[in-house]
Design a protein around this ligand. Sequence first.
Ligand SMILES: NC(=O)c1ccc[n+]([C@@H]2O[C@H](COP(=O)([O-])OP(=O)(O)OC[C@H]3O[C@@H](n4cnc5c(N)ncnc54)[C@H](O)[C@@H]3O)[C@@H](O)[C@H]2O)c1
Length: 436
Amino acid sequence: MELLNSINDKKATIAVVGLGYVGLPLLMEFVERDIKTIGFDIDDRKVTMLNDGKSYIKHIDENRVKSVRDTGLFEATTDFTRIKEADCILIAVPTPLTKHREPDMSYIIGTAKNLAPHIRKGQLIVLESSTYPGTTEEVLKPILEESGLKADTDFWVAFSPEREDPNNPNFNTHTIPKVVGANTEYARQLASALYNQVIVSTVPVSSSQAAEATKLLENIFRSVNIALVNEMKMIFDKMGIDVWEVINAAKTKPFGYMAFYPGPGLGGHCIPIDPFYLTWKAREFEMNTRFIELAGEVNTNMPFWVINKVMDALNDHGKSLKGSKVLVLGAAYKKDIDDPRESPSFKLMEILLAKGAEVDYNDPHVPELPNMHHYDIMKKSVELTAENLASFDCVLISTDHSVYEWDFIVEHSKLIVDTRNATQDVTNGRDKIVKA
Ligand SMILES: NC(=O)c1ccc[n+]([C@@H]2O[C@H](COP(=O)([O-])OP(=O)(O)OC[C@H]3O[C@@H](n4cnc5c(N)ncnc54)[C@H](O)[C@@H]3O)[C@@H](O)[C@H]2O)c1
């Protein structure tokens, strides 16, 4: 009961391992409620920046990071021996796919191995990374037990998935209910008490596996529904029907319908990836995940379909894609954020380049394309001036950032291919716009 009391009395020290899009905001919630924290990361640059009160994530306000630093309740470090100073350890490290589209567990395994020599009796360790059911029990626990301590006796383990929606003004870490699963009553109690300090409500489930599965269900639901509207888009396009008009009409139904929107393909660190964690695990049970595979097939085909639309549109202007100059608008995977992970813009650029187009991009939030896992496209964002726009044969809208002035963009472009219905309110120059 000692740990439960110190959590409830805000006396427990919280370690967050992995100070990225998920870990950093979570850690700041604790500090802002006067709870002592230590942030762990393997990236020196991030640790130094945080200790200097600087933010490296665009939508996380630097002033907020600075005031968190100034409380004296937070310190970032790469020194894992300090893990023993913490009472609760929250792990939010990446869970990507390997190049064979299988779960890449190396970050979770690496973290567990870094922690094992330094954990001590009485700690609570919660995994937050999105992953397949069974990871906490089958991967995390055994490595932590290499410490010589016994899980569920000497230390406690739980799983609690993250539900961040970066830059969504209506929800933040504090206001999104958090699912908490553990395989012992006490671990569940501890984890619920911990998150109750900073999150509006917790939703306990009976096991870490159920909590892991909840996260996957949520993201598979999105992936399948996005694939569905993407398929509708391609069918309606052939029929000369505007899918966005149809969606706007359908969403007036007050029950039984939820609007999802088509786009150039799936992006982000979650929706294109997480479903395949279940696909991989299901094989162990001789089960196929047909919806997931089908959704994956439709969604990964979207950039190719979009480029075909670009080719047709250029053809109508008497041009071939080979040798044409194409400007891709937006490198981030969704509007108003600076996160380019898994962004379909990269696939679009790759296909355009492979077909012999001259490609540039603009993204005010991504001034330079970072070194990406699967892509090797080194470019800097070009300025969005009237002259620059006019110099391209086609402007391809991939991300509909709010800062874009669509009237200006349409006015000065020769041809627009719009994958987001971003130009819906533009009245002049509509004959230059092709929806894709
Ligand atoms: N970004 C989102 O919106 C979001 C939403 C829900 C769930 N998730 C899940 O949360 C997890 C983390 O995602 P993220 O977006 O915060 O990733 P991120 O890449 O932004 O951050 C991960 C951090 O972990 C650090 N790291 C890597 N290996 C480490 C190790 N061995 N020890 C310590 N630190 C290490 C990295 O340097 C990085 O700072 C993933 O499983 C992801 O699927 C992300």
